[in-house]
Structure formats: C-alpha cells, structure tokens
Design a protein around this ligand. Structure first.
Ligand SMILES: Cc1cc2nc3c(=O)[nH]c(=O)nc-3n(C[C@H](O)[C@H](O)[C@H](O)COP(=O)(O)O)c2cc1C
Length: 204
C-alpha cells in the first residue's frame, strides 16, 4: 500500500541539552510511522524566518520550563510568528507540545498551556498525550510511560545539573510514544481539511 508522505517539525529550544534529548526521542517516534519525515529545528533558527513552518503538516513545540513558562528564546520564536498569525498561514495544521524541567512538578503545566494557547491563536489543531500512566498496571514508576501523568502534552524531568540524557527510562519511552501518536494523527488528518477550513473562513 502506498503511504503518503507527511512532514513534521519538532521545534525546540534547549540551553543544556535536556530538551534537545527529548526532542530527538519525539522525532524518532514520529519517524517510526511509515511515510513520516520528522525534522528537528532549533527555535532560534526559525525566529528570523518563521515562514519555514508552512512547509510542514504537523508542528511539535518543545521548551524547557523557565519560571513556569517557555524560555525567552522560545518566546522570541513565538513572537516572530506574528505575520503568520495575521495571515493565518498555520491554520488547520496539527500541533503538540512538550516541556522539560528539573522538579517533579516545576509548573510545567503552564508551559504547555502557553504552547496550547499559541497554537489555538494560529488556528491549529491540538494533539495531546493519550497514554495511560503505566505504573497503574504494575510497571515500575521510573520505567512507566507517562509516569508524570500529563495528557495535555508531554512532560519530562531531568535533575538539576544532570547529564543531558539523564532521564528516567519512562520519560524517554513517553517521548517516543508521543511522537509516534502525533505522526499517526497527522497521517489520519487529511491536509484538505486544512484548506476547507480556510474556505469556511473566507465564506463566513
Ligand atoms: C531561568 C531558569 C528557570 C527555570 N525555571 C524552572 C521552573 O520553573 N521549574 C523547574 O522545575 N525547573 C526550572 N528550571 C530548570 C530547567 O527547566 C531544567 O534544568 C531543564 O532541564 C533545562 O532544559 P535544557 O537542558 O534543555 O536547557 C529553570 C532553569 C532556568 C535556567
């Protein structure tokens, strides 16, 4: 059976490598879905030319949590998309988000919320993290997918000043499954629905 190719960008900022490590796992997960091309792009690279985002069917945002929100570098990228917002050029594309922080809670939820609101302002369609915490089924906590219990997006935790890949195996597994799920959703979401949405807007 012929599989239609779909392009996904994982747009991230990472000052010390933890968020980049998770971004790589998300991209691997997406790539494992037949017909998917997943590309990692640093947010700072897109800030001067955000129009590159229109070349993708799905966009995954990734930022460390800084003081309960996205990092300044990631926010600069977000703000650079103002022109795309005015023209609604990202409308109808699928979006999802992930964040890494050093504390078990660490106010990661508000980082995901800012990515969600950003995506909604762009008229995008949000994809969450529909994985049940595996520790409920007896998997050891550190090895359990979605051990941190986040459904609105992916959360991962790495200890302060730890190595960039010092994640619990469960967080790495969650990132892989999260990317895989996102790619499947992108494949199941016909690109033409994007254009019919635009047409609805024009007709309204
Ligand atoms: C300015 C700043 C603010 C931070 N704020 C938080 C926070 O609110 N909650 C938290 O748990 N960790 C916080 N951290 C820790 C980072 O989220 C954590 O070290 C993360 O892994 C960094 O990701 P990176 O290695 O990709 O840069 C903060 C770190 C910095 C430098």
């Amino acid at each position: 059976m012929m599989t239609t190719n779909r392009k996904i960008a994982v747009v991230f900022h990472s000052a010390h490598g933890h968020t980049e490590h998770i971004a790589q796992q998300v991209a691997h997960g997406a790539h494992s879905v037949d017909g998917t091309h997943a590309q990692l792009i640093e947010a700072a690279r897109l800030t001067p030319e955000p129009g590159l985002l229109t070349g993708f069917d799905g966009l995954v945002w990734g930022s460390p949590t800084y003081l309960g929100g996205v990092s300044g570098v990631f926010k600069s990228f977000m703000d650079a998309t103002g022109g795309l917002w005015r023209r609604q050029e990202l409308r109808g594309r699928l979006a999802a988000g992930f964040t890494v922080s050093s504390l078990p809670a660490g106010d990661k939820q508000s980082t995901l919320l800012s990515m969600f609101v950003f995506s909604m302002q762009h008229g995008m369609v949000w994809v969450g993290n529909p994985i049940l915490p595996e520790q409920h089924g007896g998997t050891p906590y550190d090895e359990a997918a979605n051990r941190l219990g986040s459904w609105s997006g992916l959360m991962a935790q790495a200890g302060h000043a730890s190595a960039p890949d010092a994640f619990a195996p469960g967080d790495v597994k969650t990132a892989h499954l999260f990317g895989q799920n996102f790619a499947r959703k992108v494949h199941g979401f016909a690109p033409h629905s994007r254009f019919s949405e635009t047409a609805c807007k024009a007709a309204a």
